[in-house]
Design a protein around this ligand. Sequence first.
Ligand SMILES: [Zn+2]
Length: 410
Amino acid sequence: MTATLDPTALRTAVDRAMSGSAYLREKLGAAGMGPDRIGEPEDLAQLPFTTKEELRDTAPLDYAAVPAERIVRVHSSSGTTGRRTICAYTERDLADWAEMFARCYRFAGLTARDRVQIAVGYGLWTAGVGFQTAAERIGAMAVPTGPGNTEMQLEMMRELGTTALCATSSFALLIAELVDRRDLRPGLALRTVVTGSERWGEAMRARIESLLGVETFDVYGLTELWGPGTGIECGHHDGIHVWDDYYHMEIVDPETLEPLPPGAVGEIVVTTLTKEATPLIRYRTRDLSYLYPDPCPCGSRYPRIGRILGRSDDQIKVRGVAFLPMQVDTVLADLPDAGPEFQAHVHRQADGRDTLTVRVEAVDRPGLREELEHRLRARTGLRIEVDLVAPGTLPRSERKTRRVFDHREP
Ligand SMILES: [Zn+2]
C-alpha cells in the first residue's frame, strides 16, 4: 500500500495555507498555484518545495497561516545544523499531535496499564511533552524523568515499576549496559522501549533488546512535522507506518527532485493536510528512506516507509562513492562480537587521496579485523580500514551520538 493522496484534502490544505499566510500566498501565487489548480493527486508535483533554510529565514509569525492569537504554543528544532526552526501550534494542532502519538503507543501495544518513563528532553524541544501528552491520552502513567541522570532513571524504574521507556537509542543503550553490568534486570518490569529522534540500526537495537529483555519500537518524527509520533513500527518491525490522514509523504530524488517509485531510496518530502499554524507544503526533510509497495501483514491501512537510512547531509562522498553510516550498522548487526558503537573518520592524505577508517568497539579475536574490512568493502564498495577498540570506550550520549567525522579541509 503506497501513500495515496486525496486531492480534496490537498486542495483544502493549500486553500487554508494561502488564505492564512501572506508568505505562502505570495510564494505559491508566484509559482502560479492555488487551490483551484488542484484536481488530481498528481497536481501535488506542481507545488514548489519548502526547505529547512526557508523556514529558518522566514519570521515564524510571517510564515504562520493563523493570527498570533490562535497560536497556543511554539516549539523549536534543536538547531544542531544552524539556526533554530520555530514551529507553531493551534489548539487543534496539539490535539492532532496527541492523537497521532497515542496511535503510535497503541501500535507499540501500550495501554492504560503501562507506566511510561519519558527520558527525553523537555522545553522548547518537542520530544518530552509529545511523549508525555500521548501517554496521558491513552491513560497510561507518565513518568517525566527527562534525559540524563542515569541513577535517578534506574531508581524510578525500580520504584514505579516502569514498563515502557522512551529515550534516544544512545541513552537506551547506556541504560541497558548499566542494567546488565549491575545485574538489575530481575528487579525491573520493562517490556517496551520506544525510541526515535536519531538514526539507529539493527545492531544497536539487538543489543538493547537482549540486555533489557524488551521489544523496541522505532518512532518517527521531526519538529517541523508536529514532532515525534507521526509514525511508528508495528509488531512486525518491518518499516514504519505513517499517518497519511494527517500528512502526505513522497520520496524524491535528492538531486533531480523527481518523485521516485516505491522501493527506491530518496529524500522524504512531507505535505501536511491538517496542520493549521505552520503548514508544510512539500517540505524536504533531508531524511532518506523509501516507500513500501505492499500492505503490511499486520493489516493496518496506513502506508509504510523504511526505517530512516540516514540524512542526505550525513551522506558523504569518499573517492566519489556515496557512504552512509547506516551501511556500517547493517554489517555490524551480523557480527555478534563487534559493535554496536562505531565512528567513521575520513581523512585526506598528503597525496590528495581520501581514506575512510571505521573505529569499532569489539572483543578482538584473530581474523575479526580482516573479516570486518571484507564485509564493509562488499557492502559499501569502498576500501575501509578498521580500527578495533575495546567495548565501552566510544562515547555514549544522552541525546544524539555523532558517527561521522569528516576531517578533510573544506
Ligand atoms: Zn504493520
